[in-house]
Design a protein around this ligand. Sequence first.
Ligand code: IMP
Ligand code: MG
Length: 186
Amino acid sequence: MRKIVFNETEIQGACERIANELTKDLANDEKIPVFLGVMKGALNFFMDLTKRMEMPIYLDYIQISSYEGTKSTGNVKLLHDLRFDCEGRTVIIVEDIVDTGVSMNYLTKYIQEKYNPKRIIVVTLFDKINARTVPIKIDYSGKVLAQNDFLIGYGLDYKELHRNVPYVYIPDEDEYNELTDLANNS
Ligand code: IMP
Ligand code: MG
């Protein structure tokens, strides 16, 4: 049985709330802010959040990878860099989940040093607060999680599968085995 952690209504409610807060937060920016989706995990959240922003914004994406299966490898690879000139602009990093904090720590440092933005705002759908090995300041989060369960759905994958499921859940042992088989054999 799947244990649902965040259903479609809850996800949309979180997007609405965060978009409203960000709209106020960004109201006085002189330059158009850049929303930066962290691919592929933030794909769905990025679109649902940004389509609620009722102001001019730019969209770009960056792709990194640090996870293999259900474990963070601890080293981050940059797979696709952003293209936008972010100098002097607010950059809003949109992530699916902050777990150990290693990826977000890498991203904020990388963007700060390479692009010299006006400021960086960190937004994540999920914050696994008890999993941190590196401290991270999160500005907006959809849901704080006290438990360190591995989640699937709405962008979050297991072996690249089930990013397209419209809600977020914890799979049971049988589903892990099925997905492992599927990923290995299809
Ligand atoms: P961190 O570097 O340990 O904070 O991990 C961040 C990245 O690992 C996230 O952007 C996700 O892509 C992935 N990740 C962390 N926890 C989960 C999970 O529960 N399910 C799927 N992916 C996860
Ligand atoms: Mg991610």
